[in-house]
Design a protein. Sequence first.
Length: 253
Amino acid sequence: MSGLAVRGLRVQVGSGRNAHVAVDGVDLDVPAGTVVGLVGESGSGKSTLARATVGLVAPVAGRIEYDGEDFAGARGRRLRRLRRRVQLVFQDPRASLDPRMTVGETLAEAATAHRRLGRAARAAEVRRLLEQVQLDPAHAASRPASLSGGQRQRVSLARALAVRPDLIVADEPTAALDVSVQGAVLNLLRDLREQSGLSLLVISHDMAIVRYVSDRVAVMRGGRIVEEGEAAALMASPRNDYTRLLLDAAAGG
Ligand SMILES: Nc1ncnc2c1ncn2[C@@H]1O[C@H](COP(=O)(O)OP(=O)(O)OP(=O)(O)O)[C@@H](O)[C@H]1O
Ligand SMILES: [Mg+2]
């Protein structure tokens, strides 16, 4: 299968007496070109799973593969190449963007991390990236503090796109945003997939958000995937009581 395949993943967080298995035997696929939503309550292990898929935390067991290549065993150049292919976008762009750098500098740095670009090519790439996330190219000169939350999240997405990944893992990409701009960022995620054939793993505690963007949905609880399936079918007839609970919460909220 091409895309991301997670198999039997087990991740421990904390240490000593605080050690805790946050991801407990997870199988998850994100086939190339699809949007998969990962939904579950706070503390269910979603972010830990996300961090493991990009190599930020090492699993104690299981495999993470891209196009059949094992991430966990990779070192050196192979690891760097695999890391480029999947990019993580965080919940809070305020914390993840360097406040001292202009938007243009941040994007240029990401764009040149894995390839050489001359001055003119770099400026053109920054412009292309800003247009791709529907931001005015004049924002290249802005610093994060002068942008709105929604604009900052677009910059975070542009930075992820700058390294030309195959998959973006977006961990609660709209949780820090006003409801009024959440929809615009979700629409942007959908557009990016249409335009570029990118795969997305969109993580949220909110079934309404996951339902809006996803082809397939995986429901996580207590470190395990309790239900997975095609989005419309899963919404129409959830097999799991917990999935039903999340659907009711979304409908009521
Ligand atoms: N560094 C850590 N040290 C100790 N425990 C941790 C650590 N990181 C996460 N945990 C615990 O692991 C579990 C899963 O946390 P995780 O952040 O993955 O959940 P989540 O589903 O992303 O939650 P949320 O929706 O609140 O973001 C929780 O019980 C959490 O307290
Ligand atoms: Mg989280």
